[in-house]
Design a protein around this ligand. Structure first.
Ligand SMILES: Cc1ncc(COP(=O)(O)O)c(C=O)c1O
Length: 363
């Protein structure tokens, strides 16, 4: 370690980092992922576009060839309209009567599986529950009756296990949905079922439109990595080395002394924590990239900071850029790796990044 490490640099060294924790969103990657996915494409941008920033992502998805946008809530639809989105919009979630009014005022289509919703909305997509066991009706007669109404514009279902190649439930759901659409027998309805996994796995699930979320963001619905599907991760997560100290053997880092140095060790403090959505389960259980090399996160993730061990000697300096998700030099940390370490899925890692992490659109 050069003595420069302890000289007081109090701003990030890299021009890439302008605040404590930044999620950089590559809108070009969003566009290219959409261009690669089957068409017609409905880009699912609910939950702040899986944490990526809804309005900017929606614009990029449409530029990449998406024809529709889907959200979960009426407020999300209203926000997209207020931002000027003119594309057809589908609200997929369950709605209270107030929320239904908001969705209709936003000129959005809604999903219906009851007469009440079908009575109150000008355009509905009738949802048959073919085995997801969540939303939609299992009552085929009701679904057929709703599908015969003049305000029915779509038929849909949702798969429970499309991300588990080789399972038998997915083909059974697909067959049940195919039989239902045949029985409805209207060719003026938009028929849609496929999420990202189904869209990537089985052409027979595409019908008239695919509804892709996770793949739009360049993340793998099968939790391995994006390369196999030619997708590009759009989100990278950056922070900076805000403090450096040298620990003697036996000295510890952070709450609960969950890690202790067993040799003289340089320790970097990075200003990101579970208050930003960097989960506490990553305590002693993840790496970050600094100067193109992996370093282990050591000690407890706290609300605003994490600590990283740099070894007995290091060239890392105050102000260096830290990458928690993404590439630096020849190294790369995928969202799928972070998810695997804490027993969750990539969806939850990006969606769980909190508003305190600034979203910075780039191209
Ligand atoms: C009804 C529905 N369709 C499509 C999607 C998109 O799924 P994915 O992100 O796996 O592509 C979702 C996401 O949860 C959904 O709830």
């Amino acid at each position: 370690m050069s003595s420069g490490a302890s000289r007081g640099r109090c701003t990030p060294r890299s021009d890439a980092v302008h605040s404590r924790a930044v999620a950089r969103i590559d809108l070009g990657a969003i566009e290219r992922n959409c261009a690669r996915l089957p068409k017609p494409l409905c880009a699912v941008v609910k939950a702040n576009a899986y944490g990526h920033g809804m309005v900017a992502v929606a614009e990029a998805a449409l530029a990449g060839g998406a024809a529709w946008l889907a959200v979960a809530t009426a407020d999300e639809a209203a926000e997209l309209r207020a931002a000027g989105a003119g594309a057809p919009l589908l609200v997929m979630g369950a709605l209270t009567s107030d929320e239904l009014r908001t969705a209709v005022e936003a000129d959005a289509d809604v999903v219906a599986w009851t007469d009440e919703v079908a009575d109150a909305a000008p355009r509905v997509h009738v949802k048959l529950d073919t085995g997801m066991g969540r939303l939609g009706t299992k009552d085929r007669e009701l679904a057929l009756r709703l599908a015969a109404r003049s305000n029915a514009v779509g038929l849909m279902t949702h798969f429970a296990t499309a991300d588990e190649p080789g399972d038998v439930h997915f083909p059974a759901q697909l067959a049940a949905f195919g039989e239902f659409t045949d029985e409805v027998g209207r060719d003026d309805l938009i028929v849609h079922a496929a999420n990202s996994a189904a869209a990537l796995r089985d052409r027979g699930s595409h019908f008239d439109m695919v509804r892709c979320g996770i793949a739009v963001y360049g993340l793998d619905p099968f939790q391995e990595g994006p390369d196999a599907h030619g997708l590009e991760p759009a989100l990278s997560l950056h922070s900076w080395v805000a403090s450096l100290r040298r620990l003697a053997p036996g000295e510890s880092a952070g709450y609960g002394r969950r890690w202790r140095a067993d040799e003289p060790t340089w320790l970097a403090t990075i200003p990101i924590g579970y208050g930003d959505g960097w989960r506490r389960a990553l305590t002693n259980n993840s790496d970050v990239l600094i100067r193109g090399r992996r370093h282990p996160l050591v000690g407890a993730v706290s609300m605003d900071n994490v600590t990283v061990a740099l070894g007995a000697d290091t060239d890392v300096e105050l102000g260096d850029e830290v990458v928690l998700i993404g590439r630096q030099g020849d190294e790369r940390i995928l969202v799928e790796e972070v998810a695997r370490r804490i027993g969750t899925i990539n969806y939850e890692v990006t969606t769980g990044l909190l508003p305190r992490v600034r979203r910075e659109p780039v191209r």
